[in-house]
Design a protein around this ligand. Structure first.
Ligand code: SF4
Length: 388
């Protein structure tokens, strides 16, 4: 079995920032109960880990005691939620991803200019609910091309579309094409609303999945980002499974080997950058191993933007230890994005004599170390392996 760890995968800058915010709030407001409005990010493990540290997650501001501390999740909130928090005298720390805030700002601006806004996205998703709340009278949600016939349009020359940040770029393209066909004068947002992290993770899967037998996506079922990765894999004809963690792996998925050649060859063409598989193994030791390795099956391992890397490592350990997997890295796009802490948190920190800049958490790619990713195969195959 060969396992390709695709890059980029897992935490995006917005998720890291939101998790860091709750970490810092727990630290800064020691001894106080911290409330988080909605799941801070859509991942069951992240939420459980914070619950274990005393964080209380609520779905209504009414559940937060007056005067308490509340953190707004990465998905953003509507102004009504902000006002309800103010009315209750809450100390509100806003962990909304700046890329979601950008879409909110566009909605506000276009609504003020008298545009009707068609918001392409999932009606029940927290982000869409928040964005729609910025201009409820001006926004209609479009989930599919079939919704277009039911829209109420006053003036087709004063129309703009915006999108949820975590859509499938494939699906969004189909809906946007249909909107353009129905309303040729419709305006596009000034810059792409589907965020860099969504686009990059989907592009990486779209690039590498066709050469694999199975795609494992680490993420929770309520994570739009993770769901879309499974769909992208299936769209290119590769089986895909969305799993929260290693415990959900069914060994039956690996029965019946593929006859494919090894998954990726160096220099495979891609629109942005050639994916490379780097092997830290000499040809002799590779030949020695191949005699003992089970029939080749190639698995692409990725993770949604809200899935912690330790869950990916746990899956690698299982595949290495129990299925004789060899690990490879498949680098498609380099990411270097970092968001600062929200102004509200920085202010609260300064008020307590804490320098927010000194507490800045660096965003770094995960190091592949054999202690966490698996004992035998890792030293042979992953470039940059350390023995820590
Ligand atoms: S997926 Fe995109 S929009 Fe959502 S938190 Fe991450 S960077 Fe922000």
């Amino acid at each position: 079995m060969q396992v390709i760890l695709v890059n980029p995968r897992g935490f995006c800058a917005g998720v890291r920032m939101a998790i860091d915010v709750v970490d810092q709030v727990l630290d800064v407001f020691t001894g106080q109960t911290i409330y988080v409005y909605h799941e801070i990010v859509h991942n069951k493990h992240v939420v459980t880990r914070f619950k274990d540290r005393g964080v209380v997650f609520v779905e209504s501001i009414d559940e937060v005691p007056p005067g308490a501390i509340v953190v707004f999740s990465a998905h953003g909130i509507s102004p009504a939620v902000r006002q309800a928090a103010e009315a209750r005298g809450l100390t509100a720390i806003d962990a909304t991803c700046p890329l979601v805030t950008k879409v909110h700002s566009e909605a506000i601006r276009y609504a003020r200019q008298g545009y009707q806004i068609l918001l392409v996205g999932h009606r029940d998703h927290q982000e869409v609910i928040g964005t729609q709340g910025e201009a409820p009278g001006a926004i209609q949600v479009v989930e599919s091309p079939e919704d277009i016939a039911g829209l109420t349009i006053d003036d087709p020359s004063r129309l703009v579309y915006l999108t949820q940040t975590t859509l499938s770029t494939d699906d969004a393209g189909v809906i946007i094409d249909a909107l353009r066909q129905a309303f040729p004068a419709i305006k596009a947002p000034p810059s792409e609303d589907i965020c860099y992290a969504t686009t990059n993770r989907q592009h990486a899967v779209r690039t590498l999945a066709p050469q694999c037998d199975l795609v494992l996506v680490v993420g929770s079922t309520n994570s739009s980002n993770s769901q879309r990765l499974t769909e992208i894999a299936e769209n290119v004809g590769t089986r895909a499974k969305l799993i929260d963690d290693a415990s959900q792996i069914d060994p039956a998925w690996f029965i019946g080997s593929s006859q494919r050649a090894p998954a990726v060859r160096e220099g495979s063409p891609t629109p942005q950058r050639a994916p490379t598989v780097r092997e830290g193994v000499s040809s002799t030791s590779q030949q020695a191993r191949s005699a003992s390795v089970e029939p080749t099956q190639t698995i692409l391992l990725t993770a949604g933007a809200s899935a912690p890397e330790d869950l990916v490592a746990e899956i690698c350990r299982l595949l290495v230890d129990e299925h004789h997997a060899e690990l490879f890295t498949g680098d498609v796009i380099e990411e270097a994005v970092e968001f600062g802490l929200p102004v509200t948190l920085k202010r609260a920190m300064r008020e307590r004599g804490i320098d927010p800049e000194a507490r800045r958490i660096r965003v770094e790619s995960p190091s592949i170390v054999k202690a966490t990713y698996g004992r035998d195969a890792v030293p042979l195959t992953i470039e940059g392996l350390s023995d820590q």
